[in-house]
Design a protein around this ligand. Structure first.
Ligand code: GTP
Ligand code: MG
Length: 151
């Protein structure tokens, strides 16, 4: 079962967009299997964004991620890694399509309200970084047979 890590950054939480964002992922048909609200430390933020450590905005980015509550989630579903990114939209909200989360709800790249894993490897690493295995919940939803057309 494919899973991805999605986080609502401090700007999304402060702007009251948690329910809106969860709602979009839920209505698509993806399944929420882990969720928590936490203020990550700067060191933790640096771990999360380690692949960007040589970029000029790295420090500001990690500072910002650790500046307030983040809603960390794991979502499950067929193609959820790639399609989750599609629902989120392009990194820079100035380039995100309308209809995407960033396109509809954000304006600048440094405050783009949401994060999503960019591939199977990062999804695995990020889920392991943010969650303990026992925090992931395995369950069946009755809607699955209607979403996937199988028993
Ligand atoms: P995430 O889902 O947050 O990882 O975004 P992404 O995968 O679409 O982009 P990327 O991993 O390349 O960058 C991570 C985050 O760094 C972005 O979401 C932005 O918040 C921030 N970022 C990326 N590029 C820039 C930039 O040019 N300037 C600034 N200020 N921030 C940037
Ligand atoms: Mg990224």
């Amino acid at each position: 079962n494919e899973r991805t890590f999605i986080a609502i950054k401090p700007d999304g939480v402060q702007r009251g967009l948690v329910a809106e964002i969860i709602s979009r992922l839920e209505r698509k048909g993806f399944k929420l299997v882990a969720i928590k609200i936490t203020v990550p430390s700067k060191e933790f933020a640096q771990k999360h964004y380690h692949d960007l450590k040589d970029r000029p905005f790295f420090n500001g980015l990690c500072q910002f991620l650790s500046s307030g509550p983040v809603v960390a989630m794991v979502w499950e579903g067929e193609g959820v890694i790639k399609y989750g990114r599609k629902l989120i939209g392009a990194t820079n909200p100035q380039a995100s399509e309308p209809g995407t989360i960033r396109g509809d709800l954000a304006v600048v790249v440094g405050r783009n309200i949401i994060h999503g894993s960019d591939g199977p490897e990062t999804a695995k690493d990020e889920i392991n970084l943010w969650f303990k295995p026992q925090e992931l919940v395995n369950y069946k939803s009755n809607e699955e047979k209607w979403i996937y057309g199988v028993n």
